[in-house]
Design a protein around this ligand. Structure first.
Ligand code: GLC
Ligand code: MG
Length: 512
């Protein structure tokens, strides 16, 4: 859930905690197990909450600590877990730690952030870049030094090599765990430790300018440093002081490097294979095969179709194919992560220049990197402002919210929303689909199929990635259809050949 855009309870156009509490029953109805909230902490909102000025309080825009406690107790009533976003790599430049850090070189907090002298000839200490454009170093007149910011200059990086920082940031985890959260999605987890010699990053020989200026250099010295594992292990120790709590890690790394974070103690390093790769049967097959073989049967995978940083699935692949994506997400082995609104087929909302909010779009325009389009308000019903707010929302609503919204789609037997609900229910009901092994079966340019099985049952999932009908020959196959992406063909028998309509996915229960 992106809290600014989920539900506004107080008519200021921005989502808030009381809004979330009032809509948690929807999450329960949908069948999810846990809700992850993007940052709700005090923040100047330069990066919409990822610039935190107090790690242990609530931004007044979202409410108060007692509103937060109400989220937790309503979630408990509904048997939902609540996960928070934990942003350890940086704070806001308005955090009291940073204000002290920059006040003088002799302030005890100075070393809580990463300060370096200029190059002898002047200029920043090295060529590292900020993820949202420009140098990762900001000159500070007062101290005569540069400070490091892996993201915006308003997001100075904390110095995790300083024991005081480690202690204070681990205490932040305890603060929220004591208040009843069940774990964290750890932001920018691969950034925590940097090269101790601050060496220049090498030039990226394959740089594609369309990917943005950040990738001009390969961030080998500024990201994914070997010392990161040790600090993550300390986070994990804190988590393990509590029952049944989870660490999810956010890092856009290769599948190999992503998998390495299991070793560091992350329960679920976000697997972004499905949001960063082209959408073809062969490519998806390749990613599943690679990830399954990297992890092996004893480690538990996870899959992500969308988030607040990437264009929505229903925009990337179209609304029809997004149903196939839903079936894929919910029938693979591993924890699925679903981004609010994807379950009602919300699409990116084009943002007119004068309404752009995301600093990435402002700093690095015209490349389509801006993240406002995928952060538009949740579409609850077809009333004014889509039932999200009584006021004009902070970002514009989709123009088709009348057609695609929770109230309308609940009534429609074959809506995407009901498909998601059926898929989640089926996955909960059938151990094979929940935790059975993944069995590789068949892939060509058009169709991907695989199996999931338990001792008692076996299912075949067959997905048509194209806009044409396809016939698949699974000789020897006998069974019946238990779910299609159009929510029809129930119990249709299957023997050998299976006809798939355009953009159709099918789950077959195999007869023994
Ligand atoms: C992560 C967040 C993104 C944020 C950035 C800096 O990538 O998902 O929204 O801007 O970290 O905290
Ligand atoms: Mg509000």
């Amino acid at each position: 859930v992106y809290p600014l855009s989920f539900m506004d309870s107080d008519g200021d156009g921005s989502g808030d905690l009381q809004g979330i509490t009032s809509r948690l029953d929807y999450c329960g109805w949908l069948g999810v197990d846990a809700v992850w909230l993007s940052p709700i902490y005090p923040s100047p909102m330069v990066d919409f909450g990822y610039d935190i000025s107090d790690f242990t309080d609530i931004h007044p825009l979202f409410g108060s600590l007692s509103d937060f406690d109400a989220v937790i107790s309503e979630a408990r009533r509904l048997k939902l877990k609540v996960l928070l976003d934990y942003v350890p790599n940086h704070s806001s430049d308005q955090h009291s730690w940073f204000l002290q850090s920059r006040s003088s070189r002799s302030n005890p907090y100075h070393d809580w952030y990463i300060w370096r002298d200029p190059e002898p000839a002047g200029g920043p200490p090295n060529n590292w870049l900020g993820a949202f454009g420009g140098s990762a170093w900001e000159w500070d007149e007062n101290t005569g030094q540069y400070y490091l910011h892996s993201y915006l200059k308003e997001q100075p990086d904390l110095n995790w090599r300083n024991p005081g920082v480690q202690q204070a940031m681990l205490d932040v985890l305890r603060f929220w765990l004591d208040r009843g959260v069940s774990g964290f999605r750890v932001d920018s987890i691969a950034h925590l430790m940097k090269d101790t010699q601050f060496r220049d990053n090498p030039v990226n020989p394959d740089w594609d300018p369309a990917a943005g200026p950040y990738f001009r250099y390969l961030p080998v010295h500024s990201r994914d440093h070997p010392d990161t594992a040790a600090v993550i292990r300390r986070m994990r120790q804190v988590i393990d002081e509590y029952n049944d709590c989870v660490i999810i890690g956010e890092a856009y790394l290769s599948l190999e490097r992503t998998a390495a974070y299991y070793g560091a103690g992350v329960h679920l390093p976000f697997n972004f294979g499905l949001i960063t790769s082209p959408w073809t049967a062969r490519e998806v097959h390749r990613i599943i095969r690679a990830y399954e073989s990297l992890l092996g049967p004893d480690r538990w995978p996870n899959w992500v179709l969308g988030n607040h940083d990437r264009h929505r699935i229903a925009t990337r692949v179209g609304r029809d194919q997004a149903r196939v994506a839903a079936m894929l997400l919910l029938s693979l082995r591993g924890t699925p992560t679903l981004y609010y609104g994807d379950e009602i087929a919300m699409q990116d909302v084009p943002i007119p220049a004068e309404l752009v909010k995301d600093p990435w779009e402002i700093n690095v325009p015209f490349l389509g990197l801006g993240r406002d389009p995928e952060r538009s308000p949740m579409q609850w019903d077809s009333t004014h402002h889509a039932g999200f707010s009584t006021a004009t929302p902070w970002l514009p609503l989709a123009s088709d919210f009348n057609r695609f919204n929770v109230a309308t789609e609940t009534q429609e037997a074959d809506s995407v929303l009901n498909l998601y609900r059926r898929l989640i229910a089926l996955r909960t009901e059938k151990p094979a689909l929940h935790s059975g092994p993944y069995g590789e079966l068949f892939c060509d340019d058009h169709v991907l199929s695989y199996s999931r099985q338990s001792e008692a049952e076996r299912f075949l999932i067959v997905l048509n990635f194209t806009q044409e009908p396809k016939t698949v020959d699974h000789s020897g196959l006998h069974g019946r259809i238990i779910l299609t992406t159009a929510l029809d063909r129930n119990y249709e028998p299957v023997a050998g050949k299976l006809l798939l309509r355009p953009d159709e996915g099918v789950i077959v229960e195999v007869e023994h």
